[in-house]
Design a protein around this ligand. Structure first.
Ligand SMILES: Nc1nc2c(ncn2[C@@H]2O[C@H](COP(=O)(O)OP(=O)(O)OP(=O)(O)O)[C@@H](O)[C@H]2O)c(=O)[nH]1
Ligand SMILES: [Mg+2]
Length: 443
């Protein structure tokens, strides 16, 4: 259990280790960390709307010059008094085991500057995937006082959409090569771009860069600009010589200021958090759906699908039809514990001495009920020599659904679900060691 308020205080005070620790927590895929994660993020955004931050996404094929340009941007931004965080989102890192992006050797100054923070980000995998993981990391960086967030991602399609979903502006970098390479860019990625820049526009690559710029301009002409936005510009830039870097950064700043002034930025960020909320919920439901229900049925259907005896969609429909769709909160509470007792009168005296309120006592002294808060402790005359175990009564929304699960998994229930005279529907089942459980709901 982490001291979250302490962590947040240190993070806000600018402690980099606290920032690293917070990011590690929000990136964690361990389900045991979910509560802490949620609490931390709430503390971080609570009452502290990031005043004036810029979130810039930069994408492009491997080696196009992203990190080198980010270093050049970062140096300029820091000299303007900004504090820069660079997050590298690598969708392949789950496979390759490491991030090729955010390579600190390409950002030597940022890597050591007290006003910069460079961090490779994992591909996500928690609730909401890459998008939510990156959004959470951005929240940590902004709370830590970084006001210019650059998210670098490699251009392979899926990750750009994710990055565009958490940034204010999206800059697509293109290499000086044209033709085939241009064909390779997915139309969807072009549409995401708020600005395109051809990199390495220096030395002998300059003519090729200019040709690529012209080709990109005509390609972009065919795309309609995003509503309320200017047509996408194509710039030439060389991080090596510095040509075009200031202009590109200035143009991005103008675009950002424009979004901010018109109110479009506020709207965009609202849309983004709404989408993140929905994605995280969908992921949560999906994860839950795979935990519920009878694995036996799913395995059986899967084997039939694999063998070609059943259509995949038919298998899914059958599974959905057989699964209780909402067995969430299967056990809503332990309603009662029933203890086996040898001598009822002696035991009643004991529990009364403890101050428990006797609610019911059967005439034959076979059963008694004590109230314990909102729940009950029952005593039952022990009919089973050798064990004083009685029963645990679990309240659930649908005892019949649980009964189906029990029987479907090959266990035998002691009773069928039935309506009892005391106003509950219930059934009894014994665990492998003979502990009797009762699943019930109020009628
Ligand atoms: N000529 C020239 N070369 C550059 C320029 N910027 C980067 N490079 C070179 O291009 C190569 C890749 O640069 P990076 O900045 O690491 O590219 P990247 O897009 O971050 O690469 P990944 O993170 O691996 O996808 C390096 O060898 C750089 O020296 C530039 O402006 N001009
Ligand atoms: Mg890089």
């Amino acid at each position: 259990m982490t001291n979250l308020p302490g962590l947040v205080a240190n993070l806000r005070a600018g402690d980099r280790r606290a920032l690293a620790k917070a990011i590690t927590l929000v990136e964690s895929r361990n389900p045991a960390h979910l509560t802490d994660k949620a609490h931390l993020l709430d503390l971080l955004i609570g009452g502290h709307r990031p005043a004036d931050t810029t979130r810039l996404g930069i994408s492009g094929t491997p080696g196009v010059g992203k990190s080198t340009l980010i270093e050049a941007f970062g140096r300029r931004l820091i000299s303007q008094g900004r504090r820069v965080a660079v997050l590298a989102v690598d969708p392949s890192s789950a496979l390759s085991g490491g991030s090729i992006l955010g390579d600190k050797t390409r950002m030597p100054e940022l890597a050591i500057s007290p006003d910069a923070y460079v961090r490779p980000s994992p591909a996500g995998g928690g609730l909401g995937g890459i998008t939510s993981a990156t959004a959470a990391t951005i929240t940590c960086c902004e709370a830590g006082g970084f006001d210019y967030i650059i998210v670098e991602t490699v251009g392979i399609g899926q990750s750009e959409t994710a990055v565009a979903g958490v940034t204010d502006l999206f800059l697509l970098l293109h290499s000086p090569g044209g033709g085939d390479e241009l064909q390779g860019i997915k139309r969807g990625v072009m549409e995401l771009a708020d600005r395109v820049a051809v990199t390495k526009a220096d030395g002998e690559l300059l003519p090729a860069a200019k040709r690529a710029q012209a080709e990109l301009r005509s390609a972009l002409h065919l795309l309609r600009p995003k509503p309320g936005r200017e047509p996408t510009e194509v710039d030439l830039v060389s991080a090596r010589t510095g040509d075009g870097v200031d202009n590109l950064l200035l143009a991005l700043t103008h675009q950002h200021t424009g979004l901010s002034r018109s109110g479009a930025l506020k709207e965009l960020r609202e849309t983004q958090v709404r989408q993140q909320f929905e994605e995280a919920m969908t992921d949560g439901i999906r994860a839950r759906a795979f935990r519920i229900g009878s694995p036996a049925l799913r395995n059986k259907l899967q084997i039939e699908v694999e063998a070609g005896r059943k259509a995949p969609m038919a298998g899914a429909i059958e599974w959905l039809a057989h699964e209780p769709i909402q067995p969430t909160d299967r056990a809503t509470e332990i309603n009662a514990i029933t203890l086996g007792v040898a001598e009822m009168t002696r035991s009643i005296a004991f529990y009364q001495a403890l101050g428990l309120e006797l609610q019911f006592r059967a005439n034959d002294n076979g059963f008694a009920t004590f109230r314990h808060g909102r729940n009950f402790i029952n005593l039952e005359k022990n009919e089973r020599p050798g064990s004083n175990w009685g029963r645990v009564v679990l309240f659930v929304p649908d005892p019949d659904a649980i009964h189906k699960l029990v029987v479907g998994a090959g266990f035998t229930a002691e009773t069928e679900p039935q309506d009892a005279p005391w106003g509950e529907r219930y059934f009894h089942v014994r665990d492998p060691d003979g502990h009797e459980l009762s699943f019930a709901r109020k009628l």
